[in-house]
Ligand binder design. Structure first.
Ligand SMILES: Nc1ncnc2c1ncn2[C@@H]1O[C@H](COP(=O)(O)OP(=O)(O)O)[C@@H](O)[C@H]1O
Ligand SMILES: [Mg+2]
Length: 218
């Protein structure tokens, strides 16, 4: 059997995802990192989930609006996965293929933590639908901004349907993120989100610079 051409479908860019509960500081840190790397001359694609393309943003509006309180959990999991599939195929994968740095606010781990663990659908099934949806694309680095649920919710600025869940739901999300990071320490950078914005940004930038240097793109 002929071997597949080496690297034919292997992303060449760098994919960084920010994870954590609402109010952890994901959007703040994603913006800061994107600004730093853009200033340093890199092509940066700063995006978010659910969303990132017009269709995925339309799914975001459905899945996050408080109008659909009580949305069926499986429908919720599938809508997030559907948005992600569109996002990966139309925005993230093409950006990585041309060598860009993709900085994404939330990714698959959010689905595992929220739908798999906190909603109780199961880690395995949520992982499986997301691996199918994304073709198995995972970030090179996932930055987990670790903050206790209450502290995060006090900081959170955009109200959404999931934010309205009880405290036990958010505590389960925080714990799920910690376990995901502990299970794959090579792929995660866990930072206490209780630190200042600049202290966090410095640690993230240093780590990403190390990743870029290791890839010989710096
Ligand atoms: N390290 C930090 N310390 C204190 N407040 C922060 C920190 N990072 C972000 N914030 C503030 O907390 C709020 C939520 O931050 P945001 O980046 O929107 O979180 P997320 O995207 O994770 O929900 C914003 O008002 C932001 O300015
Ligand atoms: Mg945000």
């Amino acid at each position: 059997m002929p071997t597949k051409q080496q690297g034919a479908d292997v992303p060449r860019g760098v994919f960084v995802a920010f994870e954590g509960g609402d109010g952890a500081g994901k959007s703040t840190q994603a913006n800061t990192l994107a600004d730093e790397l853009t200033s340093a001359g890199f092509e940066v694609v700063r995006t978010r989930e659910p969303g990132g393309t017009p269709a995925a943003e339309a799914i975001r509006a459905v899945v996050l609006t408080p109008d659909y309180a009580g949305l069926d959990p499986r429908a919720e999991a599938l809508l997030f996965a559907a948005a992600r599939s569109e996002h990966v195929s139309r925005l993230i994968a093409p950006a990585l293929a041309r060598g860009a740095i993709v900085i994404c606010d939330r990714y698959v781990d959010s689905s595992i933590a929220y739908q798999g663990v906190a909603r109780g659908l199961g880690v395995d099934v949520v992982t499986e639908i997301n691996m199918w949806a994304t073709g198995g694309l995972l970030p090179d680095l996932t930055v987990l901004l670790d903050v206790d649920a209450n502290a995060g919710l006090e900081r959170a600025t955009d109200p959404n349907r999931l934010e309205d869940e009880p405290e036990s739901f958010h505590a389960a999300v925080v714990e799920a993120f910690r376990q995901l990071a502990a299970a794959q320490p090579d792929r995660y950078l866990v930072i206490s989100a209780a630190q200042s914005r600049t202290a966090i940004a410095d640690v993230v930038l240093e780590h990403v610079r190390g990743l870029l240097a290791a890839r010989s793109v710096l």
